[in-house]
Write a new protein. Structure first.
Lengths: 488, 463
């Protein structure tokens, strides 16, 4: 039976405990000669700054209690498929908060920031080596921005050749929503490619879609069903054959470190999710980092600046714009704090350690797949990579969402639900390498218990969750009666 | 192996259950000739070895060697209360993800709602989203949103004194969508302070979706925007204002000035400089525009017992539902940075934030006064907040190099972005600097200017 308990009730909003005159942090009075403010430009009484007035202890208790209302990797098994919720080593945080990096301004002169530049240079090279690409740009701030980067590079490549007839990007129907949204942002149209009954790209349909109006293909491999696209070489050949280029979505890279390199398979450009594969914290929604690696054909189009080295072997790191760069994707040099964490993570693993990550992530997923398939059938009955898809709606009157909410009562964050779209009522389960066998077995037992409840006492699922600080929340009324800020 | 849960014995049991003899058997779907490449990477380090490496790298950065820097140009050294890192470092926040299961994520969703509320109050705006990557991408997405919100208009007007990198990012985002950009009077010439209100308004045509201005602008100038919104609206366009959140605590809010969309770089709100990120893209709009907004939004609702709670809402704007018809492809945002900003705003309160802004004003003006006294030096613009331009009688790069040799980086040489402006330094002074720091700045610049001038005179004399 479920037993998980959250620690404390949810606190009121800070605005609701605010009292006029209460102070948190104090600042000194000015000790320089006074310069009068321009009275006509300062905030008027009607425009008075209204923020909560609370003590420092109020703030500490507020956010500590709020933190207790979260599930997180540090507190719970979090098998959120496609998000790679692995353990985030704490050394990463210590490294990123070192004042020599944390207090360094991004526009410091190159000769004054050689340490930071060295980290970026080494990370570029290590990511290129791990993925089989010739060059890497660390600019993009997140996976979706990495996707946009890749498609803009493909666009720039075609334009550089005077090839303006290409207007379409092929996207398998199993793709993340960011893929078609990216295609639109890049000024192209999405052509959806169906999946076959094995959960992978329908090669015949792909070949039929290839033509001289195709700019490229976006492919996630392993795909969102947790399956390696075994026809990848033929897929790449088909796209290259019609003059298109191949974008690899690296969302699921955690499955293939030291197993296979996308660059070796003919992929032309790919993004890395440092907050998935390389253990930087997900932060309740971000920040991420989405560096992009490119094969020689696209390397000149990478966004910049990237870090290069002067003549000597030791040092002289400097920023350079790639020759035909698509430009800048964000201000300054990327989410450096995340880059530093990923650097630390790779340095602590080495080649064998990285291989062990993927070995164990894939072994854990397959073990859990076998342990859980009686409770909820697995959609594609074959060896999976880092994750697998179960069907959550096999018991009468019980939905996938009911199952997800009930799992919270057992102290597990729910898997990703209703995705990928190619599987109706999907539960997408990704255990990652950092979980041990007992955790996987306990989770499998919980899924079995939920399956039993679904048959014997389905209302227990309909009314779930029961043990969370709040019961099931009404998403429909949130939209109907929009309240997006505190109402006085 | 660190960070891996299982032992060899566990793996043996698991493989047996799968009927496999080795882990390699799990990878038969991978093309055999590309399977298991040898990666050439540095040997694995232990935590202790890594820390030694990091210490030596950090020491090669100015920040790690005790230099006093007055570089701003979009991100700034501000005071960060101790509780910001203390609370935001909690694993329950840092190691959660986007709150897809709201009942198990109220800490995150309520924090987003409180962030939205506080930043909305700070800006005087109706609706704030859960964040963008940084100020630059917030500006680019605002331009796209304005085009979407003004039917049939497909061009945007940017003030030339927008941060040069923001203009570059906006170009990258807008070009593939066929949205034209008119950058009005970039301050490329020595001593220029950019476009006038008249030239900005004159650039707005029938096809213009929005005018984007930055205030204070890239050169530090505080622009009197009163009346601008009405004139932009008369021309059928939207007004987008990019703000500094600290300045906004003191000056009339962009909402009160009639802005339709407001963006900002949220780094000053408790976020370390960290050599370029992660930062926080602030994004706000009037409520009439909310359905055109990109990014995640937290909304209030109730649970089945009637208790108040929060969920992500208006998801039908977003990529995971609308796919190719979404308002943006943004998925992962800067949630942890929004948390830092929320804690910062709560800790500072309205009085603390106003006091920080006043100290920025006082300190920056004191610095400008001292620097303007140096022979041959002058300051622009007339009205500024915490950042200004110092014109020097000798090349700025020489002044900066000499001062850096004495442990003070006085600011950013403007020729980084405007090649003709070789004798100007962009200098930022905030509440984080003590009076003694400001005096050290003035002394270092005076010394550097004098010595550089002497060196030049010496060269002349030798000819």
């Amino acid at each position: 039976m479920s037993s998980y308990r959250f620690d404390s009730p949810i606190p009121p909003l800070l605005y609701e405990i605010s009292r006029p005159g209460r102070r948190g942090v104090l600042l000194p009075e000015s000790d320089v000669p006074d310069t009068p403010l321009p009275d006509n430009l300062v905030r008027s009484d009607a425009d008075e700054l209204r923020l909560p007035e609370v003590s420092e202890q109020d703030v500490v208790r507020h956010f500590t209690k709020l933190s207790h209302a979260n599930m997180s990797i540090d507190t719970n098994f979090y098998p959120l498929g496609s998000c790679t919720m692995k353990y985030n080593p704490k050394i990463n945080e210590a490294v990123a908060s070192h004042p020599g990096f944390a207090s360094q301004h991004p526009l410091g002169r190159e000769e004054d920031t050689q340490g930071a530049l060295a980290v970026m240079y080494r990370l570029q090279h290590m990511l290129a080596e791990i993925s089989g690409f010739s060059a890497v740009s660390l600019q993009p701030a997140a996976g979706a921005q990495g996707e946009l980067t890749g498609i803009l590079m493909i666009r720039a490549y075609h334009e550089s050749r005077g090839d303006t007839k290409r207007t379409k990007i092929l996207v398998p129907d199993s793709a993340h929503g960011t893929n078609p949204a990216t295609v639109t942002m890049a000024g192209y149209q999405t052509v959806e490619i169906p999946s076959n009954n094995r959960g992978t790209v329908d090669l015949d349909a792909l070949r039929a879609a290839c033509g001289d109006d195709v700019a490229g293909l976006m492919i996630t491999n392993p795909n969102t069903a947790g399956l390696f696209e075994e026809d990848i070489v033929a897929i790449v050949d088909a796209v290259h054959g019609c003059g298109g280029l191949v974008y690899g979505d690296g969302a699921n890279f955690n499955a293939i470190l030291g197993i296979v390199r996308p660059g070796d398979l003919g992929v032309d450009v790919m993004h890395f999710n440092l907050h998935k594969t390389f253990s930087t914290p997900h932060g309740g929604g971000g920040p991420g980092a989405g560096p992009v690696g490119a094969a020689p054909v696209l390397a000149p189009f990478l966004p910049g600046p990237i870090v290069t080295r002067g003549g000597t072997d030791d040092g002289d790191y400097r920023f350079t714009m790639p020759e035909n760069t698509i430009g800048r994707l964000k201000s300054f040099h990327g989410n450096f704090g995340m880059l530093l964490r990923a650097y630390a993570y790779i340095m602590m693993h080495g080649a064998d350690g990285l291989r062990a990550i993927s070995d164990n992530a894939v072994l854990n997923a397959n073990y859990l797949r076998v342990l859980t398939e009686r409770a909820f059938p697995v959609k594609f009955k074959r060896t999976c990579m880092h994750e697998f898809i179960s069907v959550g709606s096999v018991y009468d009157g019980v939905s996938t969402m009911d199952v997800a909410k009930r799992l919270l009562d057992y102290g597990f964050h729910a898997p990703t639900v209703y995705f990928p779209l190619i599987v109706k009522d999907a539960l997408m389960i990704e255990p990652t390498e950092s979980e041990n066998r007992e955790t996987l077995e306990t989770f499998a037992d919980a899924l079995q218990a939920v399956a039993d409840e679904a048959q014997n006492n389905p209302d227990l699922l309909h009314d779930a969750p029961h043990t969370t600080p709040l019961r099931r929340l009404d998403e429909v009324s949130a939209v109907r009666n929009l309240v997006l800020r505190y109402q006085r | 192996m660190a960070y891996i849960g299982n032992t060899d014995a566990d793996r043996r049991i698991m493989l047996d259950r799968l009927g496999l003899s080795s882990i390699d058997d799990l990878f038969t779907d991978i093309p055999a000739d590309h399977r298991f490449p040898e990666l050439e990477l540095p040997p694995a380090q232990t935590e202790l070895e890594l820390l030694r490496d990091i210490e030596s790298l950090a020491a090669q950065n100015a920040a790690g060697s005790g230099m006093l820097s007055f570089v701003g140009a979009g991100v700034y050294r501000h005071f960060i209360p101790a509780i910001v890192s203390y609370l935001s470092g909690r694993g329950e926040f840092a190691t959660a993800y986007t709150p897809y299961q709201a009942e198990a994520s109220q800490g995150t969703v309520q924090t987003i709602f409180e962030y939205q509320s506080m930043v909305a109050d700070l800006l005087g705006m109706d609706v704030v989203n859960a964040s963008h990557y940084d100020g630059s991408t917030a500006v680019a997405e605002a331009a796209i949103m304005a085009v979407r919100s003004t039917r049939g208009r497909s061009q945007v007007v940017l003030s030339g004194t927008l941060h040069p990198e923001y203009i570059q990012v906006t170009r990258t985002y807008l070009k593939p969508q066929g949205i034209a950009i008119d950058v009005v009077d970039p301050p490329e010439a020595a001593g220029s302070t950019g476009p006038t209100m008249e030239s900005l308004l004159a650039a707005i045509g029938d096809d213009t979706a929005c005018l984007i201005v930055q205030n204070p602008d890239f050169l530090g100038r505080y622009v009197d925007l009163r009346g601008l919104a009405d004139q932009v609206h008369e021309r059928g366009a939207l007004l987008v204002v990019h703000i500094d959140p600290i300045a906004t605590a003191l000056f009339t809010s962009p909402g009160a000035l009639g802005a339709d969309i407001v963006t900002g770089e949220g780094q000053p709100l408790g976020i370390p400089l960290s050599y370029g990120g992660p930062y926080l893209g602030i994004f706000a709009a009037r409520k009439e525009l909310v359905r055109k907004m990109p990014g995640r939004l937290a909304g209030q609702t109730t649970d089945t017992t009637g208790a108040r709670g929060f969920v992500l809402t208006l998801n039908t704007r977003e990529q995971h539902i609308r796919r190719d018809k979404a308002t943006s492809n943004i998925c992962t945002n800067q949630g942890l940075m929004a948390l830092r900003a929320t804690i910062y705003l709560a800790a500072m309160g309205p009085k603390g934030l106003s006091q920080a802004a006043r100290l920025c004003w006082q300190n920056a003006h004191h610095a400008a006064r001292l620097l303007a006294e140096i022979p041959g030096c002058s300051v622009l613009p007339d009205l500024f907040f915490k950042e200004f331009v110092l014109r020097t009688p000798v090349p700025a790069a020489d002044v900066i190099a000499r001062a850096a040799g004495a442990g003070v980086v006085p600011g950013l040489a403007l020729d980084r972005y405007y090649p003709e402006r070789t004798h100007e330094i962009l200098i930022a002074v905030t509440e984080a600097y003590a009076r003694a720091d400001i005096e050290r700045l003035a002394d270092a610049v005076r010394e550097a200017v004098t010595r550089t001038a002497d060196a030049h005179a010496g060269k002349e004399a030798l000819r």
